[in-house]
Design a binder for this molecule. Structure first.
Ligand SMILES: [Zn+2]
Length: 403
């Protein structure tokens, strides 16, 4: 088995002879202390933190950075000049302050992300292959654009499709362009496979949202190959962790990101336990964050990866477990092979589900299981056959809607 390309990525970026646990720890402590020193010198957002730490363990004594901090203090968190900013990602809907959370990137941040995407994509695409990219294309240095740059960098051809195409449009792309690879969100891929068939598609990288087992397993069965999950977030410049040939977790870009897993009370959890992912983005030029609470839940896989890389691996990333979760509903509904997509809306005491289906489907048959899963609400399920004019019911992350 070939070693994860994360090793080559890190050795190239850090000029290391090889990636070992010791060399990764040394890179992390050096960069963390450089960041603390700069923050102190410029009197920035983190000016009250110690100027230097003696060990990586001491990071656990520093306070967390929250989404609200990011919304309130984005310019104060900037470590570069405004002139160096190439991209600002803003999320008007997140946070409880009503202020948009903004994350800034420099050209260097974007270049590092493209290199990371290449390290992840090289496992599944090759020179001359054709890749359909179903993430949004939102202008220079946007997610779709950075993926397309990585695909081109590997000598393959990107099809810049975006996230909003109908099944009919996707099917005609499959017939006309004969792509062998798909890059996009998990449910979007399952819908495409269930409505259009796999056509020329053979491999896929999925990211951008939680991927329940029912979605992952059914995509793999229809595609005839293992999926390559990727984890990223705005706070880590869109690229965070990549899948290797072992398909056992995702290797973290540890030269840029220090990961911790914490419990409900904020205390660190041991390897292997699931909790909230906290990141310290020591490698970001524009906006490095210290102990940022991501709101994503996962665990660091214990033990070494069969591929031989020493870079830590994140397990599947989930949302916080709750009495009622989109993930649990997705798990149940997508295990039915006739569900193409579904959308969830909450009203007073009700959960209203709308589903697009393929084949002979009866909502009645699924209702008892849904009611058992959501006993505290009245559940309705409306379904109709998906047509070629339909498209994914969610443009972004799958969430509960109102109504
Ligand atoms: Zn590996």
């Amino acid at each position: 088995m070939t070693r994860s390309r994360i090793d080559a990525y890190i050795t190239e970026q850090e000029a290391l002879p090889e990636v070992t646990r010791e060399s990764l720890d040394a890179v992390q402590l050096r960069k963390l202390n450089a960041l603390l020193r700069r923050e102190h010198a410029r009197g920035g957002f983190y000016r009250n933190l110690p100027e230097r730490l003696d060990s990586l363990d001491a990071l656990q004594t520093l306070p967390f950075t929250t989404e609200e901090d990011l919304a309130r203090n984005a310019p104060g968190l900037l470590l570069c000049s405004q002139a160096e900013i190439r991209r600002v990602l803003s999320d008007a809907t997140s946070g409880t302050t009503g202020t948009a959370k903004r994350v800034f990137y420099t050209e260097g941040d974007c270049e590092s992300t493209v290199r990371l995407f290449m390290a992840g994509l090289v496992e599944l695409i090759f020179p001359g292959s054709v890749t359909m990219i179903c993430f949004p294309f939102s202008g220079p240095y946007g997610l779709g654009e950075l993926i397309a740059e990585a695909v081109t960098g590997l000598g393959a051809r990107p099809l810049k499709l975006g996230a909003g195409l109908s099944f009919g449009e996707l099917k005609s792309v499959l017939e006309r362009e004969k792509p062998d690879t798909f890059v996009g969100m998990p449910v979007q891929l399952l819908g495409l496979l269930r409505v259009c068939g796999r056509g020329s598609l053979r491999r896929a990288l999925v990211s951008g949202d939680a991927c329940p087992d029912a979605v992952l397993n059914n995509c793999e069965a229809l595609l005839g190959s293992r999926l390559f999950p990727h984890y990223g977030s705005r706070e880590m410049a869109l690229g965070g962790a990549i899948c290797c040939p072992a398909h056992e977790g995702m290797h973290l870009r540890e030269n840029h990101v220090i990961a911790e897993i914490i419990g409900e009370d904020g205390s660190p959890l041991p390897r292997g336990e699931i909790g909230e992912l906290v990141i310290t983005t020591i490698g970001m030029e524009a906006m490095p964050l210290i102990r940022y609470r991501t709101g994503d839940y996962t665990r660091i896989l214990p033990g070494p990866c069969p591929c031989g890389s020493a870079a830590l691996r994140l397990d599947r990333v989930r949302r916080k477990s709750a009495a009622l979760s989109v993930e649990a509903l997705d798990e149940l509904l997508f295990s039915d092979s006739r569900i193409v997509d579904c959308r969830y809306a909450l009203a007073d005491g009700e959960l209203n589900i709308f589903a697009l289906t393929a084949g002979d489907f009866s909502a009645e048959a699924l209702l008892p299981q849904l009611r058992a899963l959501v006993p505290e609400r009245a559940v309705t399920l409306t379904a109709r056959a998906a047509s070629m004019d339909d498209r994914s019911l969610y443009a972004g992350k799958r969430v509960f809607l109102k109504g």
